[in-house]
Design a protein around this ligand. Sequence first.
Ligand code: HEC
Length: 132
Amino acid sequence: MKNKLIFIIVIFIFLFCKLQNEEDKKKDELIQTLLLNSINSNCKVYSLSEEPTFTELHQKNVFENCLKCHNSTIHEGNLDLNDYNQTKNRVVPYAPQESLLYQTITTGSMKDYSNSCINDAVRRWIQYGAKE
Ligand code: HEC
């Protein structure tokens, strides 16, 4: 009887510790994501104007991560992101959610190359008319 009680107590302690561990893991993951995001935010979007133009996106290097695969010599998916017309062809001005460019970086095949600060810059560019 006594042994059983001890056994049950030990199980409880074990489960309790395991739960604590899960909580810690979640916290660690959150801190990791926050840290990664702040490192990734080297696109200096925070100094972008509220209604950025295409020229401004390039001046602030928003597409830095993307240009190695989307430039005038290597243009994967037939897209050179230096080219205003080619880029604009992939957006619906004033409608980010309907724009191929915004969709591919937020939920599509390019999302691993993007981050919240690139997404936000692109969203604002489109939202305010995707101006040159
Ligand atoms: C390592 C290379 C690489 C990087 C980096 C990269 N892309 Fe791509 N991208 C591709 C390839 C390959 C395709 C074509 C296949 C596909 O659509 O998934 C593509 C397709 C696309 C398309 C679809 C073009 C179309 O009309 O079908 C868009 C939009 C795009 N990329 C935007 C971006 C943006 C914005 C970034 C930066 C956040 C980026 N890509 C980073 C390789 C890359």
